[in-house]
Design a protein around this ligand. Structure first.
Ligand SMILES: Cc1cc2nc3c(=O)[nH]c(=O)nc-3n(C[C@H](O)[C@H](O)[C@H](O)COP(=O)(O)OP(=O)(O)OC[C@H]3O[C@@H](n4cnc5c(N)ncnc54)[C@H](O)[C@@H]3O)c2cc1C
Length: 398
């Protein structure tokens, strides 16, 4: 699967390099895949004293993780109102609460890493894309407040007094964040290896044998015996284990050249909207703007770059429509990527009946980093023999 088209700000950079697996080793947990999911779960596992080995077929951080635009929202692509309709109050609100806690966990992890991953707490403005969506915003706000989430309702005047644009209604939250995904993987790998993680690159897992007490995984030149395996191969899992509730789309992103004056951007908030597919945007530490979205079905050629130039232009226009005061802005990077989501809006995390001793992390959906974080904590407990009840919410066979 070709995961990324164009040039991302992080694709040319190198994370600490690791040698190829050329021996036979044993461990408690084998993690297959070195993206943000593999790096996070390896970091948490090794922090808890689990003997862990990570195998990456190419270079760590060069899969979908290098396309990630680094926005962290506790609110989801699927509104709380919809989740409650689908799953009932307990599960719908429980899932939103878990996402909120995962933002706090990311904040803790970021504070403890020896690399500055540009993690910053941010407010978010979630606005009504059309006049007709104002009711949706009000309804969602009421649901969030009723269930104890800290959000504010902003009307047209409040929005207008904080931003150079006007919309009929918005939800303003103060619990979100942004980060640099490339630096995050770099920091996680550096500190996880200090905690005992052994990692290998250019080591594609070609075959896994499932035995009574664990698994034996083979690469071209080496072998790993493990009690448990955690698959974190991202969207490529769909190449060999298609999940019926998953669809693959293409998403787009641009990063501008530095902007001289971003003072009209209130609190440097993350901005997104009720339209589906939506457009989202944020600022960066070095005064650039990242905008993304415009998801559409993956072109039949399978190449995510097919519509890249036209979508990049549209993303730049969208920034200029909201912030006409910024004058002419230019794109320093334009990229696109395969993007998976599930029918019901929840990620896939847990066991699969055809793969004994195995867990999967498929953090599909717009909040992939949050799902990777909550999966890392859930599966660290599961690998230690205490499978959390919430794992059933994310079942791979639902
Ligand atoms: C344009 C774009 C913007 C995005 N923006 C955001 C955002 O703002 N916020 C957010 O939360 N999420 C965002 N996402 C989603 C986010 O990028 C993903 O959730 C995340 O990168 C998934 O990480 P992963 O580790 O699961 O997969 P990957 O990063 O793809 O890592 C999987 C790794 O497994 C390796 N692998 C595969 N098969 C094997 C094998 N057999 N043996 C060994 N290794 C193997 C691959 O080489 C790869 O390195 C965005 C995605 C895209 C495309």
């Amino acid at each position: 699967m070709k995961l990324i088209g164009g040039y991302t700000p992080w694709s040319g950079l190198d994370i600490q390099s690791f040698s190829r697996l050329e021996s036979e080793l044993s461990c408690d947990v084998l993690v297959i895949g070195g993206g943000i999911s593999g790096a996070l779960v390896s970091y948490v596992l090794s922090h808890h004293g689990s003997e862990t080995i990570l195998l990456e077929k190419g270079h760590i951080g060069k899969g979908s993780t290098s396309a990630n635009t680094g926005t962290i929202h506790f609110m989801n692509d699927m509104a709380l109102t919809e989740l409650i309709q689908k799953f009932g109050e307990h599960k719908g609100t429980g899932f939103y609460r878990m996402c909120g806690e995962a933002v706090e966990r990311l904040s803790q992890v970021a504070a403890n890493l020896s690399v500055d991953i540009e993690f910053r707490r941010r407010s978010s403005l979630y606005y009504a894309s059309t006049e007709a969506d104002a009711g949706k915003i009000r309804n969602e706000y009421d649901k969030l407040i009723r269930h104890g989430f800290q959000v504010e309702y902003w009307n047209r005047n409040t929005i207008k007094s904080h931003f150079p644009f006007s919309k009929s209604a918005a939800i303003y939250t103060r619990r979100d964040a942004e980060l640099n995904p490339y630096k995050m993987v770099q920091g996680l790998m550096m500190d996880a290896t200090r905690q005992g993680l052994r990692a290998f690159e250019n080591s594609r897992v070609q075959n896994v044998e499932y035995k009574v007490n664990g698994v034996t995984a083979k690469t071209k030149y080496g072998t790993i015996h493990a009690k448990t395996v955690i698959w974190t191969v991202g969207y490529e899992a769909q190449d060999w284990k298609p999940d019926p509730i998953v669809s693959l789309d293409c998403t787009y992103a641009v990063m501008t050249d530095p902007i001289v004056d971003l003072s009209s951007w209130h609190e440097r908030a993350l901005i997104w909207e009720t339209n589906r597919p939506y457009v989202y945007m944020r600022t960066t530490k070095d005064n650039r703007i990242i905008a993304g979205g415009m998801d559409e079905p993956l072109h039949e050629s399978g190449y995510p770059e097919t519509n890249l130039s036209v979508r990049s232009e549209q993303l730049l226009e969208k920034i200029q429509t909201l912030f006409p005061d910024l004058g002419t802005i230019s794109a320093a990077y334009c990229w696109s990527g395969v993007f998976a989501s599930t029918e019901d809006g929840l990620p896939l995390i847990g066991r699969h009946p055809h793969y004994p001793h195995s867990y999967f992390i498929e953090g599909y959906g717009g909040n992939g980093t949050i799902y990777s974080m909550l999966a890392a904590d859930l599966l660290t407990k599961a690998a230690a023999g205490e499978e959390p009840a919430e794992l059933s919410w994310f079942s791979l066979t639902r």
